[in-house]
Write a protein that binds this ligand. Structure first.
Ligand SMILES: Cc1cc2nc3c(=O)[nH]c(=O)nc-3n(C[C@H](O)[C@H](O)[C@H](O)COP(=O)(O)OP(=O)(O)OC[C@H]3O[C@@H](n4cnc5c(N)ncnc54)[C@H](O)[C@@H]3O)c2cc1C
Length: 508
């Protein structure tokens, strides 16, 4: 009989504190493998980019630094999850696997279903823990607020790390030993990731670095000074980068939990200077779980509109849409703020909420392109890519829910409201750097002489607008409002409201 062990399987929960599976494992006096699996299925998934693997690798390195004090570390395996568990089961009797419930893409859902069957067939208990105030299997939101508050009130799940008997990766073979057994479709990409894992731990200058320590530093810094003008500056693409918490990648990859964040925020509640920040920020932390709950309860949102009637929405045909999508993705639409936002998110992985919403509105409303043609691309750019927020938010901004206010964000108005002096736009669209403030957001108004004066030739250095924005706005408004009047849209809207709306709360 081989030695009996338990496995804590880390997924999007890369931290050592407030960690229910780890806390449960530490109460049991048994040898434990701390496992993270880098799955080729996800490496090859177009939602993920090298920026995410870098963040994950940095997070694991941070955990290992913390664990090294007790001579322990995470076992990192590259391979599909079934192979990883089967390989460990050859050497040990796996008594149980402990992990968080994952609210992920369809491929992780299908993987978990396969694993559940495999664990059952091998007599392995899989203890899955609810994650961040999200409840599995909910059909309506009648008790959701209560459950959320219960989650917040419960003490954090801090494990007794000193009690853990961690099995070293060497006992399972070298940490990367499974990689040879893995069959991958895009060998080059995967080989690249595997061979450069060590390089990935180095910081990349324009991206937030991953790790539990970084998450706490970011939160403390936000609450020490950065966040005092949070509510006033949240919509500005340049000011938000400093005044917003910037916690999203840390929450998305589980370096910190919503409960830890809100507990820490309590210290600001009696400070009147922080009143607006506390109110606006704490509701967003709750929105986070609220959106993830939507996706948990209706994961078909990954492939179809939540309001099924929008399958028949009259989007532009492929021939018309394709060049527009390309221009949008490259930041070459001729609308400076749109182009600046795309280029900024490609280069840094971050964009504030309003600018994300504007990009979706421009794509789906003004360009009349099906939301599915942009959703994966933007997810891949966001360092904080969280399927449970991304898909419901994208659909909401694309107005395919039939329940939310239709919002058309005119890029010109957004630019004048939130980047009046063009600071953000000039940084990311340097072709327009010399253009004065009053023309920076409408360069198509530059005369030939002005173009020479400001060093930009339209159509050569910077594109002319790909659409007439006024006409596109009018047409979008007509299309959106008339479609929303359809009976099938209204029928679906009633179903959505009864399933996803929190009684007594605004429709978000
Ligand atoms: C089309 C679209 C896609 C989005 N995709 C993602 C995504 O993949 N991952 C992601 O974390 N956020 C996503 N958001 C929500 C939001 O834009 C980001 O959470 C926020 O900009 C991150 O910056 P911050 O951490 O400084 O936020 P703060 O304003 O400081 O907010 C604190 C935290 O609250 C949560 N939060 C804030 N705003 C929202 C919101 N509107 N809905 C849900 N949760 C929110 C986030 O976890 C955030 O880190 C998306 C928004 C849109 C419009």
């Amino acid at each position: 009989m081989s030695k009996s062990i338990q496995i804590v399987w880390f997924k999007r929960d890369l931290r050592l504190r407030d960690h229910a599976p780890l806390a449960e494992a530490s109460c049991r006096n048994e040898p434990t493998v701390l496992l993270y699996i880098i799955e080729p299925m996800l490496i090859n998934d177009p939602h993920f980019d090298i920026r995410h693997w870098r963040f994950i690798t940095q997070s694991i390195t941070d955990l290992n630094e913390q664990l090294s004090a007790k001579g322990a570390c995470i076992t990192l395996v590259i391979g599909n999850a079934e192979q990883a568990f089967a390989s460990i089961a050859k050497q040990f009797t796996i008594a149980r696997v402990l992990s968080y419930e994952e609210v992920g893409l369809d491929n992780t859902y299908q993987r978990d279903k396969r694993l559940k069957a495999w664990f059952n067939g091998h007599g392995i208990d899989w203890l899955e823990f609810a994650n961040g105030g999200v409840t599995r299997g909910l059909n309506n939101r009648r008790n959701w607020k209560q459950q959320w508050h219960d989650y917040l009130r419960r003490p954090v799940d801090d494990p007794a790390l000193e009690a853990l008997q961690v099995i070293e990766p060497e006992s399972l073979g070298t940490p990367l030993s499974l990689s040879n057994a893995v069959k991958v479709h895009h060998l080059d990409d995967t080989t690249d990731i595997i061979s450069s894992l060590n390089a990935l731990t180095a910081p990349a200058q324009t991206f937030q670095p991953g790790g539990e320590k970084r998450a706490w530093y970011t939160l403390n810094h936000f609450l020490a000074e950065r966040g005092i003008r949070y509510a006033q500056q949240i919509s500005s693409p340049s000011l938000a980068r400093k005044s917003c918490s910037r916690l999203s990648p840390y929450l998305a990859w589980g370096n910190i939990t919503p409960r830890q964040v809100l507990n820490r925020l309590n210290s600001k509640k009696s400070d009147s200077d922080w009143r607006r920040t506390v109110k606006a920020f704490s509701s967003r932390i709750q929105w986070r779980s609220h959106f993830i709950q939507k996706f948990e309860s209706e994961c078909s949102m990954e492939i179809s509109p939540v309001n099924k009637a929008y399958e028949n929405y009259p989007y532009a045909g492929a021939l018309d849409a394709e060049p527009k999508v390309t221009a949008w993705q490259r930041g070459e639409t001729g609308f400076p703020l749109i182009d600046a936002c795309i280029r900024a998110v490609i280069a840094t992985g971050y964009l504030n909420f309003r600018m994300r919403a504007m990009l979706v509105s421009f794509l789906t409303h003004h360009l009349n392109v099906d939301w599915r043609k942009g959703v994966v691309f933007l997810g891949r750019q966001f360092l904080d890519f969280e399927p449970g927020i991304h898909y419901p938010q994208f659909q909401m901004q694309a107005s395919v829910t039939g329940t939310n206010t239709i919002r058309l964000y005119n890029p010109l108005k957004q630019a004048l409201d939130h980047d009046k002096d063009g600071r953000f736009t000039r940084k990311w669209v340097p072709e327009l750097a010399e253009v004065p403030d009053d023309l920076i957001h409408s360069p198509w108004k530059l005369s030939a002489m002005e173009q020479r004066l400001y060093g930009v030739e339209l159509g050569r250095d910077y594109p002319l607008p790909i659409i007439d924005i006024e006409q596109a706005s009018r047409e979008a408004r007509d299309r959106l409002w008339s479609f929303r009047e359809r009976d099938d849209v209204k029928r679906e809207a009633r179903r959505i409201l009864s399933k996803h709306t929190i009684p007594g709360s605004p429709r978000t």
